[in-house]
Design a protein around this ligand. Structure first.
Ligand SMILES: Cc1cc2nc3c(=O)[nH]c(=O)nc-3n(C[C@H](O)[C@H](O)[C@H](O)COP(=O)(O)O)c2cc1C
Length: 340
């Protein structure tokens, strides 16, 4: 499998079978997001994707193993019903059993390293956000690592969410991970065009994974208010105010009002679920999560297949330009000045 453009799994709505299939059909690697889907929904998503494409695709699974958290105080201060908070493992075992029986080309994990890392007919990828995670995932036998930089939209894939994490940007993290492990790397975070893809390929990645860049495609189920925000130059920020887990989204009123939201995933996710669903339906962009990476203003509203082809052309052009510049931009060798 040699597909250098990977569409990131995006749970909570945007990822669809139509998006994954269009990307894979165009020569990229599409992904389904199993996160927050029931097992029955995942069965349907797999069947629908296979109906739409015969090409390989991946499925992403949440692998968090956090201790239950008490988010009652936050619920009261935010005017939410504490009884709606709950812990869930997102039906991890049942999803794994399904994927073992009906394997996609790739199964990727985020939010943790499953112990043991399952042995599946699929390639097994693990998201890492630091060098220690990369070493542990490689030692556990991951076939490839998704190296997620600080710029990335959506949740940080970190295995443990804690205060004061000093997260690293995509290029620096890629270089550090490359020096530490010897497995193929897929770089993700803030990559929105062919020049970005060329940059991570030149830096040693086997592929680039783009999330936000696909959010404006018609095949993505991104709601209109989210699309509008992505098409602006509004700043993004990191927040726990929607889910209790650090994530990057376009700054809005709910994020500003709850800058001190506690660590408490997935309890806080379920606590705010109704508020977010109502805000999405009402088009109220100040009260639901506008997940987006730092380069969101570069996202293009074109069909996914066209985007994959555009990105591939841009990548080739960027690599050629870079080769030309690296040859010509260096100072020409000077002849020794005549002695005076
Ligand atoms: C709306 C949205 C939802 C996401 N959901 C998931 C997910 O379910 N699983 C996952 O591994 N990563 C998820 N991510 C993170 C992406 O996999 C990827 O790391 C990120 O999009 C890369 O940064 P970029 O958005 O700047 O391209 C999500 C990102 C976004 C924007």
């Amino acid at each position: 499998m040699n597909r250098a453009i990977v569409q990131a799994p995006m749970s909570g709505g945007p990822s669809t079978p139509a998006l994954a299939a269009a990307v894979s059909d165009a020569g990229g690697l599409g992904f389904l997001a199993a996160g927050y889907r029931t097992v029955e929904q995942l069965v349907e998503d797999l069947a629908e994707t296979r109906r739409l494409t015969a090409e390989p695709f991946g499925v992403n699974v949440f692998a968090h193993r956090s201790d239950p958290a008490d988010v009652t105080e936050f619920a009261r201060s935010a005017g939410l019903d504490p009884a709606t908070a709950r812990w869930s493992d997102d039906e991890y075992d049942a999803k794994l059993a399904l994927l073992a029986e009906d394997p996609p080309a790739v199964v990727s994990f985020t939010f943790g390293l499953p112990d043991p890392l399952p042995s599946l007919p699929s390639q097994v990828w693990v998201t890492v956000t630091g060098v220690e995670e990369a070493r542990a995932a490689a030692a556990a036998g991951a076939d490839a690592l998704v190296v997620q930089g600080f710029e990335a939209g959506g949740h940080r894939g970190a295995w443990v969410d804690r205060e004061g994490r000093d997260d690293i940007g995509t290029l620096a993290l890629l270089a550090l991970v490359r020096a530490a492990v010897d497995v193929p790397l897929i770089a993700t975070g803030g990559i929105a065009d062919g020049a970005g893809i060329a940059a991570v390929l030149a830096a040693g990645a086997s592929a680039a994974m783009l999330g936000t860049a696909f959010l404006l495609c018609p095949e993505a189920a991104t709601v209109p208010a989210h699309r509008e925000a992505i098409a602006t130059e509004r700043p993004t920020g990191l927040t726990r105010a929607f889910t209790g887990r650090l994530a990057r989204g376009i700054d809005n009123a709910w994020m500003r009002a709850h800058r001190d939201a506690p660590i408490g995933y997935p309890e806080l996710h379920y606590l705010t679920a109704r508020l977010r669903a109502e805000a999405r339906a009402a088009g109220d962009a100040d009260r639901f999560n506008l997940w987006a990476g730092q380069a969101h203003a570069l996202a293009r509203a074109v069909p996914a297949a066209e985007l994959v082809r555009l990105l591939a052309d841009e990548t080739r052009a960027a690599l050629e330009d870079a080769r030309g510049r690296s040859a010509s931009a260096l100072p020409a060798p000077t002849t020794a000045k005549s002695e005076t």
